[in-house]
Design a binder for this molecule. Sequence first.
Ligand code: GLN
Length: 548
Amino acid sequence: MAKYIFVTGGVTSSLGKGIFAASLAKLLQSRGYRVTIQKFDPYINVDPGTLNPYEHGECYVTEDGAETDLDLGHYERFLNIPTSQANNVTTGRVYQTVINKEREGAYLGKTVQVIPHITDEIKRRMLLLGKSGEYDIVITEIGGTVGDIEAQPYIETVRQIRWELEEHDTLICHLTLLPYLKSAKEVKTKPTQHSVKELQALGVMPNILVCRTETPLTDELRRKMALFCNVEKDSVIQAIDVDTIYAVPIEMQKEHLDTTVLKKLHLPSERINMSKWQDFLNKLRNPHGEVRIGLVGKYIELQDAYKSIHEAFTHGGAANSLKVIVESIHSEHIDDNNVEEKLGHLHGVLVAPGFGNRGIEGKITAIRYVREHGIPFFGICLGMQCSVIEFARNVLGLKDAHSTEMNPDTTAPVIDMMAEQKKIKNKGGTMRLGAYKCDLKKGSLAFSLYGTEHITERHRHRYEFNNKYLEDFEKAGMIASGRNPDNQLVEVVEIPSHPFFVGVQYHPELKSTVDNPHPVFVGFVKAALAYKNSGVKKNAELKATALA
Ligand code: GLN
């Protein structure tokens, strides 16, 4: 039977429970344990798919097509194993299940209540992955903060699970904040004491306290926290601010978090091997050079909106021993008059995924500029679709070309909805979602990047390249180098005469991990360096040939 670790948060949100959970999981995995992480989110949305990225950051899509919380991205990037629908549960989904059962008459006339019906459903889902036999340890992150009304059924369920299982089969790590008060020149423990009290009032006693802090914890502070919060002194773990999230597992190892956890779960501490991780960290911290990449999108005010893209650049940069400086550029602010000033200094441009009309023309203008100037280009999902529209307008001369998402009446619908999608009315969970096959054309850039012909990548979109136009595109120099072998949908476009111009209909950023940096990101960063080294003169020459 699997062991269960629960991660709760006190004092405030944004303490980094997801990174902590992923770091602990990484350490346990590096000691030979089979670990998975799941996240329980207390909001009423059935999944985060319908949430605006401004609300909750990016929506992370799993292999099986679940639209999930972005913390699942951290889990995958750290552990290098895929998650699934079962790894992310929201209050909305729990209630939906219970209400559906009630409608089917499954509760036989009983009054359906939070306790036991909602908590039973939460419990079933919390224990599900542990019962699969695939994991030795299941880490469950509870979203939100202890004390939130919405979080109560989850904490109550944890209480019940703790009561039902053997003492050494469960463990609670409570994340908390130790603020440093400048005026008093002191680290304050009172908020932590209160949040532990709050947990205890719900019948749950944490075993390990993980303390976010700007300054190192003194021995005296550790002793005080242990005494007042009812934990052992070596269970007070310092989580000090670090330069990169990828340093957290190493910091946690220094604090002996993993051995403390294993001791409490009565599991042997197998030899740890973090050498690959440490290599990555060394490369990340000691780059040999840098490249500057523009990220053109419309949610740039919030870093979390393009989380996986930023992380994939971190992986792709380290793989090249380069620092990637990502410059976020608002697509709404780009026009013909300022495009040179906004993009001229960049070594590569990525046009981001997205929905809706806002900022579209800026993206198209940006793509025209990089296409004509030989600047490496990487388009993802909507970014790829924009590159198709741009090519149609400016190379094929189809001035009215558009996606029917933005202009349903366009006379040149080069991006259009598939027939099956047109019938769908509901917004939630109805896109082309999850992993699909793609075959790459031998000899193409995509093929050389992946080094293989058959790949699968994850999708999240409704619109597609309109195959009616494919022949015209290919004749004019933009080819489909990746297609879905089952339905011939275009998955990758590229311009062979350009140094690096790739648009992908899928989301490669979702599959980039520390152990497996994504080949298109790695190749794109490399191309950016080549462009940088080639200098401006070369670019001017390219421009001349493009115009000839
Ligand atoms: N809005 C586009 C579509 O639905 C692209 C989606 C995306 O970029 N994820 O097809």
